[in-house]
Design a protein around this ligand. Structure first.
Ligand SMILES: [Zn+2]
Length: 250
C-alpha cells in the first residue's frame, strides 16, 4: 500500500460506523477522492479539526488496491475556514463551493485550475465577508473551465456581436445568449451590467476586482451567479441543495 502525500481541500464529510468519518476531498495532485478517517469522530482523535468542510490541508493517505476508498492516515491544517461558517451568507457561499466542486469534477482527475479557483474563492469570502462577488466568480469560472459557457460576445442565433450596452437574452436551457433581434418571448433578460460583470471576471483576477469594488455591483454579481448556477444545474441534471439556502435568505 503506497503512502501518498498531497495538498487537499475537504469537500464533504459524513459519519461512518461508530466513530469514523467518510471524507470527500479534492487532492491537488490526484483529483477528487474519497477516504475513511478511522476514529475521526472520537473526542481525542488525531485528526482534530483538520477534516472540517473547506479546510485546506496537507493529507497523507494509503491507496487500497481493491477498494475505491483510500485510508486517510494523517492531516495537517494549512488554512482553516471554520470561522467563516459563523456568518450565514458566507457559509452558504462556502457550502455551494464544496457542493459544486463535488458535483462537477470527475473522480481522480487532477485539475490545478479548479483547485486554485476553489481556494481563491474561499479565501476571498473569508477575507472580505462579502460572498456575492466570489460566488459569481467561482460559478462563472467553474462553468468556463467545464467548457459550458455560452458566448457572451456574439449572438448564438444570428452571430452578430452583442452590443456591450444592450441586454442579452437567455433561452430556457441557459445554454445560449441571443441579441435583441433574435429574442423570443419568455427569454430571461441579462442586463448589460450582468454581461459586463461576466466579461470583467473573465479578464481580471478576483482580488483585483475586489480592490476595485465599484467595478461590479453586488446586484450584478448576484444575477450573474444565478445565471451560472442555472448552467451548472443543467449540466449536473439536478438541483444544488445549498442553493435553496441562498434563495431562502435573499
Ligand atoms: Zn441575434
Amino acid at each position: 500500500m503506497p503512502l501518498h502525500e498531497s495538498e487537499a481541500i475537504v469537500l464533504q464529510r459524513f459519519a461512518l460506523g461508530e466513530s469514523d468519518r467518510l471524507v470527500s476531498f479534492f487532492s491537488r495532485t490526484m483529483g477528487k477522492m474519497r477516504g475513511v478517517a478511522a476514529g475521526a469522530r472520537k473526542p481525542k482523535s488525531r485528526f482534530g479539526a483538520t477534516l472540517e468542510r473547506l479546510s485546506y490541508i496537507r493529507i497523507w493517505f494509503f491507496e487500497r488496491e481493491t477498494r475505491e476508498l483510500v485510508r486517510i492516515s494523517q492531516c495537517e491544517v494549512i488554512e482553516s475556514f471554520l470561522d467563516v461558517f459563523r456568518d450565514y451568507p458566507s457559509s452558504v457561499a462556502l457550502a455551494l463551493f464544496s457542493e459544486i466542486t463535488e458535483m462537477v469534477l470527475p473522480d481522480r482527475e487532477p485539475s490545478d485550475a479548479n483547485f486554485r479557483l476553489l481556494l481563491l474563492a474561499a479565501q476571498a469570502v473569508k477575507r472580505t465577508g462579502k460572498p456575492d462577488l466570489p460566488l459569481a466568480y467561482f460559478a462563472l469560472w467553474t462553468v468556463k473551465l467545464g467548457g459550458w459557457l455560452p458566448s457572451l460576445t456574439r449572438c448564438a442565433r444570428c452571430g452578430d456581436a452583442l452590443d456591450p450596452n444592450a441586454a442579452g437574452y437567455l433561452g430556457p436551457s441557459a445554454s445560449a445568449v441571443v441579441c435583441g433581434k433574435c429574442r423570443k418571448p419568455g427569454m430571461r433578460i441579462l442586463s448589460p451590467a450582468v454581461l459586463g460583470a461576466a466579461r470583467k471576471m473573465l479578464q481580471e483576477r478576483l482580488d483585483r476586482l475586489i480592490e476595485k469594488s465599484e467595478a461590479i455591483s453586488p446586484r450584478a454579481a448576484r444575477e450573474l451567479a444565478d445565471f451560472m448556477l442555472d448552467v451548472i444545474e443543467r449540466q449536473i441534471d439536478r438541483k444544488l441543495k445549498s442553493r435553496e439556502l441562498l434563495e431562502s435568505h435573499v
